[in-house]
Ligand binder design. Structure first.
Ligand SMILES: Nc1ncnc2c1ncn2[C@@H]1O[C@H](COP(=O)(O)OP(=O)(O)OP(=O)(O)O)[C@@H](O)[C@H]1O
Length: 358
């Protein structure tokens, strides 16, 4: 049932040989939710999925699916008895079997034909049932892999960077399409990726992973606008960090007083995302003068890098995203900030919360 915790992972620990990989990882995925674990290469994402799937043992903690303990570091339910589907990076289809036989593999004979038909329909591959994997495009192969994983009606589907081998355009198309397919099937799924765009396109919940732990899990919107620290802020996108002094109800910055995302009084660093800064030709109240140092057309917008005038407690570079064509490199402009600014812990500025408003 949607809203009920389907998968519960508590204090999970795991190692490869003597090297610890997961060091007390917590994650909850509600039934019917599409969750994404986002983290850099090597942080332990695949290991996490492999433990949930039953291919790798936990050394501590607990993995529970619908109240049933799958692994508590001592006893483990066998992978084939977990009712969990797994789609690896390369799809791993059986090369000598047709598409239909790949999807129907392991299904009870009685409803195999019907279920294969449903799955082909779901992933939009009607008419390709008799082909072999080598006669399919990369995207079609991944759709077959998804259909094969969904065919036995798993309680949970695990996707390990399933779009990594595809080119950029196909990746974008397929991740949106597969998210829609999973939603229409009411599936509960976890996708692991190091690609933030993929996480945004796919997930209801993003869990940011760092060095064997989940450091923050929330909706994409909440994570983007209210990350807990600088590392999480940068994992979700570009960020402008400013020094701020706490004032009643506001943070005083080089851009003047800005409202905060929380009702905390905050002395330290605050974050503004690039779309919260605006370039104007004329100075105005609380504007900061800056010189355009670089710009990049990205199709949907322009990314502009600017060097603010020194001596204002600002970073060397600020980043602005704008729909309008940017001024030439070297042009002096004035920057205006739009709140709310978000208080952020950073390594250099472990900022202090002064008081929390009642
Ligand atoms: N079979 C293995 N034997 C020994 N060490 C391993 C093994 N598999 C993974 N590791 C190590 O465990 C750590 C986590 O690996 P894992 O594959 O889980 O990370 P990941 O976040 O999925 O990385 P990527 O995004 O590159 O796939 C890495 O340091 C890796 O080198």
């Amino acid at each position: 049932m949607a809203g009920q915790p389907g998968l519960l992972i508590n204090r999970l620990e795991a190692a490869h040989g003597r090297s610890p990989v997961l060091t007390g990882l917590d994650l909850t995925v509600e039934d019917g939710a599409l969750a994404c674990v986002l983290g850099p290469s090597g942080c332990g994402k695949s290991t996490l999925l492999r433990i949930v799937a039953g291919f790798h043992p936990a050394t501590g903690g607990r993995v529970t699916l619908h109240g049933r303990t799958l692994d508590d570091g001592r006893t483990r339910v066998a992978a084939e008895r977990r009712h969990i589907g797994y789609v690896p990076q390369d799809g791993a289809l059986f090369p000598h079997l047709t598409v239909a036989a790949n999807i129907g593999f392991g299904l009870p004979r009685a409803d195999r034909r019907e279920r294969v038909g449903e799955m082909l329909d779901l992933v939009g591959l009607d008419g390709l049932a008799d082909r072999h994997p080598h006669q399919l495009s990369g995207g079609q192969q991944q759709r077959v892999a998804l259909a094969r994983a969904l065919a036995p009606r798993p309680q949970l589907l695990l996707l390990d960077e399933p779009f990594a081998a595809l080119d950029a355009a196909l990746r974008t198309e397929l991740r949106t399409e597969i998210a829609a397919t999973l939603r229409s099937a009411g599936a509960t799924a976890i996708l692991v990726t190091h690609d933030v765009d993929e996480a945004f396109a796919f997930a209801d919940t993003i869990a940011v992973m760092r060095a064997g732990r989940i450091v923050q899990a929330d909706t994409p919107d909440a994570l983007y606008h209210r990350p807990a620290d600088e590392g999480i802020a940068r994992a979700l996108g570009e960020a402008n960090l400013l020094l701020a002094k706490a004032t009643e109800g506001y943070a005083t910055t080089a851009f003047g007083p800005l409202p905060l995302t929380t009702d905390t009084r905050w002395d330290g660093v605050v974050m503004l995302r690039p779309h919260q800064l605006r370039m104007t030709p004329e100075p105005g109240p609380h504007t900061v003068q800056a010189r355009v140092t670089a710009h990049l057309f990205r199709g949907h917008d322009h990314r502009v890098e600017l060097a603010p005038d020194p001596g204002r407690d600002l970073p060397e570079h600020l980043v602005v995203y704008t729909d309008a064509a940017p001024p030439a490199i070297g042009t002096q402009v004035h920057l205006q900030a739009q709140g709310p600014a978000h208080p952020l812990r950073t390594e250099d500025h472990p900022a202090q919360t002064l008081t929390v408003a009642p």
